[in-house]
Design a protein around this ligand. Structure first.
Ligand SMILES: [Zn+2]
Length: 142
């Protein structure tokens, strides 16, 4: 698949997801398609996929300040909530996390994994003995 095909495919998937929302009109969908195609074409002049574009190409399905809770992160393409978005983005929208961030102009530290989920993983890692000691504090030997 060429970079151009991939871009068209990505646009198609995003628009298709957007179209499943009840709060969008056909005009919105057409406008989104043109806007996205234009944005991606512009980016294409510079790079196949421009990282962290400063201008958000899409109107998110969920306001950014409500895009995640302790237990869930919401997909800005379709508004569905997940513990982590990576697999959903790939499976449903054919996007990588980087493409998703670029499409919505998300900052690098915007969570794509539910905070409680990543904390649980961090806690589990600590229990397993990872990250318990710093380099300045040597592990006591018995
Ligand atoms: Zn989605």
């Amino acid at each position: 698949m060429s970079a151009e095909d991939h871009k068209q495919d990505t646009v198609g998937r995003i628009v298709a997801a957007y179209a499943t929302r009840s709060d969008v009109s056909p005009d919105d969908i057409v406008a989104l398609y043109h806007r996205l195609s234009g944005e991606l074409a512009k980016q294409g002049l510079v790079e196949a996929v421009a990282p962290a574009s400063s201008s958000a190409a899409l109107r998110p399905a969920v306001p950014l300040d409500r895009a995640y809770t302790e237990d869930k992160v919401f997909c800005l393409c379709c508004g569905r909530g997940f513990k982590m978005l990576k697999r959903h983005l790939g499976a449903e929208h054919g996007m990588t996390e980087a493409e998703y961030r670029a499409a919505f102009g998300l900052p690098e530290d915007f969570p794509l994994v539910a905070p409680s989920y990543s904390q649980k993983k961090a806690a589990h890692a600590k229990e397993a003995g990872l990250g318990r000691y710093t380099r300045s504090l040597p592990v006591p030997q018995e």
